[in-house]
Ligand binder design. Structure first.
Ligand code: SF4
Length: 715
């Protein structure tokens, strides 16, 4: 146990707030100690501020409900077992599947909360030790549409291509489908400072959320119509002569087709689709176009749709037509959700990618990474299924699954079906810190270390690589995910190449990422410790090293002779072959499932401030559980009156995929044609029982944000 204060970062969301961990006596009189969160003001992103989740994060370290021993299913029950027995069982399960059905019958399901080192090792484990192409992760359900849209337009996806500190310096922010007052509360101050500086805030959300309460203008479109809304705004930008023609000429391609598509979306037509009035559209255009600089920031609202990639593209089009992207204090950015949502997608646990954000089907990328791994490039499998498709194939093409840091029983769409598919597997292993709903179904469960018990790096929503430091020794019986992968690889016949020291893994990751889009080769643990964080791409340790992507004004000229990393992307050129940003020609299309007579209401889902993702961790923290003990159905008084429902009365929400029951919460802050449910809970209130797995054709993102339901009184 260390005795000094340890500066580190929160285990939860993509803001990765800085915090200090300080040992305090545990109060049992045995001289033991636990850690307490104290303020850390030197990290610029949150400057000491934390939300309740971050403040209470240590509770799970010493919680009685955390796993402290491996569990192996015997006679139908999960029973305590030794590590060797548990690891042997997993290796046997995977080996048997590989022998009987081939390597692609083994699946790996990772998580956006894994450190960069773990995400990197998991991708390598799948492709080198197991030889399977079937690996994807829960980040597919989070940010994949923004990633696909960013790559199409800019040739590169980094959540925010500028630091958060640029937000208060812009003239207007359009925030699309983000309730950051609840999902990442310390970030709200950037919007407050924006408005204090005279900037304008437009919030687009079907609900008048706590974030929307801060806005100069709140637009409440019908769920699933953000694409039409963006097209309507672009139509008005053109009609009112507000395009930046010189910028379009010099820095973009594809304008004519995108322009023609937007001009087919007349404001009155867009008003009919979205429910946002023409005067509101005009006011939005005025607020966005008048200042010298402006930003569009999207989150899960527009992204978690079966047209999420096109929707992101439409918002980027708006930025390009008005000359916003790649200019100071301007542009498009995505507010990534999970703690390592950014880094987790860069280093190889995504079905189609290799470390450094390289494409798995690119021969040069395969050669480079295979060289670092010491294997034949031809031995590397090709791209695999996306997350939902992988889960849907369980019990048929996928016979065994290893899950790490994910709880798809709660977080996947059409969750009852996913749960049934998990039960149909020949073999399921889960590594987690608690007995999650997914772990409950497993044949073997491995108890692994938590954030404060190990060192590793994460990459926050700005592309800032950070060092999370170990502050406390893990309890007896717990091992790290890196240990798990080394032991399993050895049992599968691969003795070398799976170190358990995080810094050693990071050194290999640096080499694997070198020359890729997400180039970490100039970043070291020493630099992260000394500098508090470094933005990628950082292609060299020393000053002067640069890439075309490292187009920041001061790239390559850091203090003390080090390369400073790249806080701001695209200032000189975009990451496309010709350096130009690409417009996309897109048109409105409806939700995959629109309301009808049988299912006349829209359901949208989201998060509450005191719970995080599937709730596996936060539902086990007393203070958070007391603040948000269970699900609810938010509905407008008009809909409540039509149904004859009173506040707090149990309501059944029924879709084509199942039924969920939760108490009614009646509020005027939601559209009358829409109900909202948070998705953190299991059992009869599980919101994802209802959601639609219709997938975006490019990103393979499911349509979490809109499906047709019927709402009924219970009994
Ligand atoms: Fe942690 Fe996110 Fe809360 Fe910050 S905002 S304390 S990173 S959960």
């Amino acid at each position: 146990m260390q005795t000094s204060v340890t500066p580190t970062h929160c285990p939860y969301c993509a803001l990765q707030c800085g915090m200090n961990l300080t040992p305090v006596p545990d109060g049992d009189g045995n001289g033991g100690s636990v850690v307490e969160v104290t303020e850390r003001t030197d990290f610029p992103v949150n400057r000491g501020a934390l939300c309740g989740k971050g403040r209470t994060a240590p509770a799970l370290l010493s919680s009685r409900v955390r796993l402290t021993t491996p569990l192996v299913r015997r006679d139908g029950e999960l029973r305590p077992a030794g590590w060797d027995e548990a690891l042997d069982r997993i290796a046997e399960g995977l080996s048997r599947t590989r022998t009987e059905h081939g390597p692609d019958a083994c699946g790996i399901f990772g998580g956006g909360g894994l450190t960069n080192e773990k995400a990197y090792t998991l991708g390598k484990f799948a492709r080198v030790a197991l030889g399977t192409s079937q690996i994807d992760y829960n980040g597919r359900f989070c940010m994949s549409s923004a990633a696909a849209g960013g790559i199409k337009a800019f040739g590169l996806d980094r959540g925010l291509p500028f630091p958060l500190e640029d937000i208060p310096r812009t003239g207007c922010v359009i925030l699309v489908g983000s309730n950051l007052a609840e999902t990442m509360p310390p970030a709200l101050r950037y919007l407050t400072e924006l408005r204090e500086n005279g900037g304008k805030l437009i919030v687009i959300d079907p609900r008048r959320t706590r974030t929307a309460d801060q806005a100069d203008l709140h637009l409440a479109p019908r769920p699933g119509t953000d694409l039409a809304l963006a097209l309507g705004l672009l139509h008005l930008v053109v009609a009112e002569g507000r395009t930046d023609e010189a910028y379009i000429q010099e820095r973009t391609s594809g304008w004519e087709a995108a322009r023609a598509a937007a001009m087919a979306h007349w404001p009155e037509y867009v008003e009919r689709i979205t429910g946002v009035s023409v005067p509101q559209l005009r006011e939005s255009v005025r607020m966005f176009c008048e200042p010298e600089s402006a930003m569009v920031l999207t989150a899960r609202g527009p992204e978690q749709q079966s047209k999420g990639t096109d929707t992101v593209g439409a918002w980027i089009n708006l930025c390009l037509a008005t000359g916003r992207a790649g200019r100071p204090f301007s542009g498009y950015g995505c507010l990534t959700g999970q703690g390592n949502g950014q880094g987790g997608r860069e280093h190889g646990q995504k079905a189609d990618q290799l470390p450094g954000y390289r494409k798995l089907d690119d021969p040069a990328a395969r050669r480079h990474v295979a060289g670092v791994w010491g294997v034949d490039p031809d031995s590397l499998p090709g791209p695999g299924r996306s997350a939902y498709e992988l889960l849907d194939a369980m019990g048929t093409d996928i016979r065994s699954l290893l899950v790490m840091a994910s709880n798809p029983v709660i977080s996947a769409p059409r969750a009852a079906h996913v749960e049934e598919r998990l039960r149909s597997l020949d073999f399921l292993a889960v590594a987690d810190v608690v007995l999650s709903e997914t772990a409950e179904l497993a044949d073997v469960v491995l108890p692994v270390t938590q954030w404060a018990e190990e060192t590793g790096t994460t990459t926050n929503l700005e592309g800032r690589v950070l060092l999370r430091r170990q502050a406390i020794t893990p309890p007896d019986g717990i091992r790290s995910d890196l240990y798990v992968m080394r032991e399993l690889a050895a049992r599968l016949g691969v003795e070398k190449g799976f170190p358990t020291d995080p810094e050693e893994v990071f050194e290999e990751l640096r080499r694997a990422s070198a020359g890729g889009a997400a180039d970490y080769s100039g970043i070291t643990y020493r630099r992260l410790a000394e500098e508090g964080g470094v933005f990628w791409p950082c292609p060299a340790e020393e000053a002067g090293g640069t890439t075309e992507l490292a187009a920041d004004a001061d790239a390559g000229a850091g203090a003390g002779g080090v390369h400073p990393g790249t806080p701001r992307l695209f200032l000189d050129r975009f990451a496309t072959p010709d350096g130009r940003a690409r417009f996309v020609a897109v048109s409105h299309r409806p939700l995959a499932e629109e309301p009808d007579e049988e299912y006349p209401v829209l359901l949208t889902t989201g998060r509450v401030v005191s719970q995080y993702q599937s709730g596996a961790q936060t539902r086990r923290v007393d203070e958070l559980n007391a603040a948000a003990p269970g699900p609810f159905v938010e509905l407008h008084p008009r809909l409540a009156a039509r149904l004859g429902v009173a506040e707090g009365e149990p309501l059944a929400v029924v879709s084509r995929r199942g039924r969920a029951v939760a108490p009614a919460r009646i509020t005027t802050t939601i559209r009358a044609d829409t109900v909202f449910m948070p998705f953190h809970w299991p059992g009869e209130g599980r919101a994802n029982t209802l959601t639609n797995p219709a997938l975006d054709p490019v990103s393979r993102m499911p349509e979490f944000k809109g499906c047709a339901v019927r709402v009924e009184r219970v009994g």
